[in-house]
Design a protein around this ligand. Structure first.
Ligand SMILES: [Zn+2]
Length: 190
């Protein structure tokens, strides 16, 4: 996972103050199905949003979170695939653009904070190149493989209103959505 760690040093120095944990939107919800807007500038307000998203993701816990998952239709993502016990290694991604995908494919089991309790194997390009603005609004390009590549593609999909269940058979997808609707109804009753 050395491809992307070099430029993160300044980002890790963040003072983690005044962060809040936000509610995570669950499927089905129209905000998860909207194409998100590009961000015009990385300003203090956006940094605050990214800090809160990171805190929300760590708290869940998850390894990636996109803004529509907290009800905000903007092209903003946070990712941290570091393992328990390792130093945190957050990646802040604004206006992501996948500029290259490998022909080689990779199957990996995916889950999603917006589809709690559901997991399925998804086949995606094994590697990708991502162009984006970082926490300081600086343009970056990274090449990712393995888990990071999967995570990036999963989160960029969120910015386009796509969920991992969209890659499954209709039967399997419908079954998961039915269960999520049932779980939401049960929550309302309680
Ligand atoms: Zn997700």
């Amino acid at each position: 996972m050395g491809h992307y760690s070099q430029h993160l040093n300044t980002e890790i120095q963040l003072t983690r103050i005044n962060m809040s944990i936000l509610d995570i939107v669950q499927e089905p919800d129209p905000v998860l199905r909207k194409k998100c807007d590009e961000v015009p500038a990385v300003d203090d307000e956006l940094k605050k949003l990214m800090n809160n998203m990171l805190e929300t993701m760590y708290n869940a816990p998850g390894i990636g979170l996109a803004a529509p998952q907290i009800g905000i239709s903007k092209r903003v993502i946070v990712i941290d695939i570091s393992r328990d016990g390792e130093n945190k290694n957050p990646l802040f991604i604004v206006n992501p653009k996948i500029i290259w995908k490998s022909e080689e494919l990779n199957a990996r089991e995916e889950g999603c904070l917006s589809l709690p309790g559901h997991y399925a194997e998804v086949i995606r390009p094994a590697k990708c190149k991502l162009e984006y603005l970082d926490y300081n609004g600086k343009q970056q390009i990274i090449e990712a493989d393995d888990l990071l590549s999967t995570c990036i593609q999963h989160e960029v999909d969120h910015c386009d209103g796509i969920l991992f269940i969209d890659y499954l058979s209709k039967l399997k997808k419908d079954m998961i959505i039915k269960k999520l609707i049932k779980a939401k109804k049960e929550k309302e009753i309680l």
